[in-house]
Write a protein that binds this ligand. Structure first.
Ligand code: CAA
Length: 381
């Protein structure tokens, strides 16, 4: 086992950290307060090469690995979890599907602007009647016999919704085949019959837009079918494997940012005439937080490393997502306790981090689904 980072990985982490601290962090509180998505941050990420980290240069990426990518999500999430998830969905779900299943024409047309940060991506699987049970979706895509599909239905909880230009949409193409009757489509913003519905008001990641998508006789060319007809469920599930490493990295960043703030607070705050960091009750809490974060980091980097070297990583990504998200929730709750009343106010970022952490146990597969995925794998190993 070799734990050193390569020069390229160090360079990408340092670029992401510098950008996060200088350009993302300063506005994080205000964007959260105003529930405001800042497109300018995405544009800057494109200029810095952060929107196409794992994709080859011929498709507009920088040809680095998935470890570099999860480190970038971690660094962004250390200061702003909304910005972290924007990059995670854009890369792990949308870029990955286009790179893995797209035709050469689809890669040129859609992956390149995604990788260059000229277009933002969104992934839509969930519906009001299908969350964890993704197969229960109702959106249909029916062939019209002249090279087009007609989509009807609604998707909900779509991260980057409304702001993204490119949407991956999963729909039923054959109602007779439950497992194999789903297909994936690339749909551009502005396509006739495709509209945006309700924007969710959320507890956390409030600067990340979460929208409903509405398809009302939306005509999509068969050129925009991603993969084979009937391959949609496999595409959706395999994308979520890598997506879970991205969410693990987001949770890791939230936890690390919270720990950094807690250590700084413990070194300046005095109670009973002494710094609280010198009290064992606080110091041991901080030790436990640091310990869990280190374990979460190892699991997250391991899943990304396995993806980079081309060995199976679904189980490891589920391990990472389950452990990192639980860590983020535990760390942020414990940190708020250490900050006391100060943490309960908006004077420090810890209350925002606590609100942001919760969703990492929920989206891209609840932690109950992660246990289902893990148990199925370990019981059949
Ligand atoms: N990779 C490739 N193929 C996979 C796969 C994977 N990881 N997981 C399953 N499949 C394939 C199976 O091999 C199977 O194929 P065959 O029929 O050829 O054998 C097929 O998919 C069906 O698999 P299952 O029988 O295991 O399906 P299931 O219904 O029993 O369970 C599940 C699947 C694990 C519960 C799945 O539904 C799941 O992961 N649910 C959670 C969905 C989820 O994470 N939603 C979040 C969406 S995104 C989001 O959160 C919003 C956002 O914008 C961030």
């Amino acid at each position: 086992m070799f734990f050193d980072l390569s020069d390229q990985q160090k360079m990408i982490r340092s670029k992401a950290r510098d950008f996060a601290e200088r350009e993302v962090g300063p506005s994080a509180e205000q964007r959260d307060e105003e529930e405001r998505f800042d497109r300018g941050l995405f544009d800057r990420m494109g200029e810095l090469g952060l929107t196409g980290i794992p994709w080859p240069e011929r498709y507009g990426g920088i040809g680095a690995d998935y470890v570099s990518y999860v480190m970038a999500v971690e660094e962004l999430s250390r200061v702003c979890a909304s910005t972290g998830v924007m990059l995670s969905v854009h890369t792990s779900l949308v870029g990955w599907c286009l790179y893995t299943y797209g035709t050469e024409e689809q890669k040129q047309k859609y992956l390149e602007p995604i990788a260059q940060g000229k277009k933002l991506g969104a992934y839509s699987l969930t519906e009001s009647s299908s969350g964890s049970d993704a197969k229960a979706m109702r959106t249909t895509a029916t062939r019209d016999g002249s090279g087009w599909y007609i989509l009807n239905g609604n998707k909900i909880f779509v991260t980057n919704g409304g702001e993204a230009e490119i949407y991956l949409v999963f729909a039923i193409t054959d109602t007779q085949q439950r497992g194999k009757g789903y297909s994936a489509f690339i749909i551009e913003k502005g396509t006739e019959g495709f509209a945006f519905g309700k924007k969710e008001k959320k507890l956390g990641i409030r600067a990340s837009p979460t929208l409903e998508l509405i398809f009302d006789n939306c005509r999509v060319s068969e050129e925009n079918l991603l993969g084979e007809e009937g391959e949609g469920f496999k595409i959706a599930m395999s994308a979520l494997d890598g997506g879970r490493s991205g969410i693990a990295a987001q949770a890791l960043g939230i936890a690390q940012g919270t720990l950094d703030a807690t250590i700084a607070f413990a070194k300046e705050r005095k109670e009973f005439g002494n710094l609280i960091g010198l009290r064992q009750a606080i110091a041991f809490k901080i030790a436990d937080m640091a310990n869990k974060i280190e374990a979460a980091r190892l699991l997250t980097y391991q899943a990304a490393w396995r993806e980079s070297i081309g060995v199976p990583y679904g189980k490891e990504a589920a391990f990472a997502k389950l452990f990192s998200s639980d860590t983020a929730v535990q760390v942020t709750i414990e940190a708020l306790q250490i900050f006391g009343e100060c943490g309960y106010t908006k004077a420090y970022s810890v209350e925002r981090c606590m609100r942001d952490a919760k969703v990492t146990q929920i989206y891209e597969g609840t932690n109950e689904i992660q246990r289902l995925v893990i148990s199925r794998m370990v019981l059949t190993d």
